[in-house]
Design a protein around this ligand. Structure first.
Ligand code: PEP
Length: 250
């Protein structure tokens, strides 16, 4: 039985004070949410403060990115051990905004993923097709390419620690959500790739989150799909009340 996970990606929003206020408001709203795991991903500047405010609660903390080196001449980047030092235990890797804004490749995603795993971080790896790729019938091929290159060289125990977020790029921040059936079809594709690459046990245990304009109004339909194990939420995770409403989808 896969434990559902609801994660909020705050992107480039919230000062340290705003982030701490959010967590203080969220904690009592989700204290009874034992049916799922809960994660927030603040910007790097607020990571340590959010981790400190969340300590002792059921709210876990994730970085939004990670570099592959432990330290070095990489201006503006943050290493796995710095993230752990700040109190976060997960890292989002390969978000489509980073692939687009920073030209991140599948190969870089793979390097980041290996480094995160080696350091003991739990990775949330994002995959998903663009509108044009879906319209031209290439959605499944894109997922296959991202999966094959992104997860290349991982051992089975490594793979068992990964969470995947299926985020169709055309649904992120647009208000257009994939229907639960469309999302479930892509999740099934990813699970079959996991089965081929890493065996049945890993495939059955793999948590695949859906991301793309998830809101309190559509989370229930998405979570009704057995293939959907949770959500990665952007815009609707910025207010404690709407994030808590998503957490309480049942
Ligand atoms: C995201 O940032 O991963 C995301 C899915 O954003 P939104 O929910 O705003 O579409």
């Amino acid at each position: 039985m896969r434990r559902p996970l609801i994660a909020g990606n705050w992107k480039m929003y919230k000062t340290i004070g705003e982030a701490m206020d959010f967590v203080a408001r969220l904690k009592p709203l989700v204290a009874d949410a034992s049916h799922c795991e809960l994660v927030v991903a603040p910007p790097f500047t607020a990571l340590a403060a959010v981790a400190a405010t969340a300590r002792g609660s059921n709210v876990r903390v994730s970085a939004q990115d990670v570099h592959w080196d432990a330290e070095g001449a990489h201006t503006g980047d943050v290493s796995p051990r710095m993230i752990l030092d700040a109190g976060a235990t997960l890292a989002i890797i390969g978000h489509s905004e980073r692939r687009h804004d920073h030209n991140e490749t599948d190969e870089q995603v793979n390097r980041k993923l290996r480094a995160a795993l080696a350091a003991g971080l739990e990775p949330i790896v994002c995959v998903g097709e663009t509108f044009e790729e879906r319209e031209t019938g290439r959605a499944a091929a894109v997922l296959e390419r991202q999966f094959t290159n992104g997860f290349r060289g991982l051992t089975s125990p490594d793979f068992s620690r990964i969470i995947i977020a299926y985020e169709p790029v055309w649904a992120i921040g647009t208000g257009r959500t994939a229907t639960p059936e469309m999302a479930a079809e892509s999740h099934a594709k990813l699970r079959s790739l996991a089965r081929e690459g890493f065996g049945s046990e890993n495939a059955e245990g793999l948590r695949i989150l859906y991301g793309g304009s998830v809101k309190p109004e559509n989370i229930r339909g998405l979570m009704a799909q057995p293939e959907i194990d949770g959500a990665l939420v952007g815009g609707a995770s910025l207010m404690a009340e709407s994030f808590a409403a998503i957490v309480h989808y049942r």
